[in-house]
Design a protein around this ligand. Structure first.
Ligand SMILES: NC(=O)c1ccc[n+]([C@@H]2O[C@H](COP(=O)([O-])OP(=O)(O)OC[C@H]3O[C@@H](n4cnc5c(N)ncnc54)[C@H](OP(=O)(O)O)[C@@H]3O)[C@@H](O)[C@H]2O)c1
Length: 285
């Protein structure tokens, strides 16, 4: 069978990494706008793929507070339409979700079956997408991840590299804990999961995937400055000293054990991922 893995997303952090993997065909906004869920279903029918990965999303967490209807169409109804189309063609869908579906309470890593309770519009919109995929009847994997970083697009690593060169000292939030996750590792995980789901639909379900070890944003910033050889002092601050329109979960630790048990995929080491990103940036700048 000729493999064709159809990817929604082209310019995003994870989609860019997926484009480099075998047998993928990435669709940008011009080919499939997630603001038009039916267009996404049509694209799946047109391309007749062997598997689908949805790496596109409305990811502007703060702006989503003002644009919840649009965010819900893109993050909720579009994945639902994709899943319906996948069910009709009997092909699997790998859909990426987020730690923001949780309320961030406690300090224990969230198991996949833990009750959800998003704190804001972005998390609510992603939860609508999860539920639509789950109830579609399609073979699927919902992969919740966190704190995505890469050499492409905008992310915490790129921001720290810029600010660290401009300033001697920074104050960074230290009471939010999670796993920084390289987009390249997410892409590899989604790709491997799609191939396994083609052969074994019984692996359908919800999974967690985040970089190890868990840390605070302040610790992550220190790791970035160490790896990049930048001299910039980091002072811990509470989230209350850095107010944002949307609240962030304090506890984003994800229990990734079911992914390892079912798919044989282990948590990536974010320190190694950081080295790869810095090498990649050096080559391209
Ligand atoms: N970033 C994080 O820290 C984070 C954390 C947890 C989970 N996630 C999840 O991980 C997945 C990948 O995130 P990412 O960081 O790779 O995202 P990203 O870099 O922000 O890219 C999002 C992609 O979605 C596309 N997109 C947005 N609206 C669209 C629309 N209406 N139609 C078609 N495409 C549209 C964007 O296209 P344009 O370039 O044309 O705008 C972009 O290619 C998403 O499901 C996200 O929710 C991300």
């Amino acid at each position: 069978m000729q493999l064709k893995i159809l990817v929604f997303g082209q310019s995003g952090q994870v989609a860019t990494e997926l484009a480099a993997l075998p047998d993928t065909l990435c669709l940008g906004r011009a080919e499939a706008d997630l603001g038009d869920p039916q267009a996404c279903a049509d694209a799946i029918r047109k391309h007749a793929p062997t598997a689908v990965i949805n790496a596109a999303a409305y990811t502007a967490v703060d702006k989503a507070e003002e644009e919840e209807v649009l965010a819900t169409t893109i993050n909720g109804h579009a994945p639902g339409a994709m899943a319906q189309a996948c069910a009709a063609l009997s092909v699997p869908l790998v859909h990426i979700s987020t730690d923001y579906v949780f309320d961030g309470s406690g300090t224990a890593p969230w198991p996949t079956e833990a009750p959800t309770g998003p704190l804001g519009a972005y998390g609510r919109s992603k939860l609508v997408g999860e539920e639509a995929v789950r109830s579609s009847g399609a073979t699927h994997a919902i992969l919740r991840t966190s704190w995505v970083v890469s050499a492409h697009g905008n992310n915490f690593v790129k921001t720290m590299l810029r600010l660290g060169k401009e300033r001697d000292a920074l104050t960074i939030v230290a009471d939010q804990i999670g796993g920084p996750t390289p987009a390249r590792a997410i892409a590899a995980a989604c790709h491997a999961m799609a191939l396994q789901l083609i052969k074994d639909p019984d692996k359908s379900g919800t999974y967690h995937f985040s970089g190890a070890p868990d840390c605070s944003w302040a610790d992550f910033a220190r790791g970035i400055f160490d790896a990049a050889g930048i001299s910039c002092a980091v002072t811990d601050i509470p989230s209350s000293d850095y107010p944002t329109p949307a609240a962030r979960p304090a506890n984003s630790r994800l229990d990734c054990s079911t992914l390892t048990d079912t798919f044989g995929i282990a948590r990536p080491d974010w320190g190694q991922g950081l080295k790869d990103i810095l090498n990649n940036l050096e080559k391209t700048t």
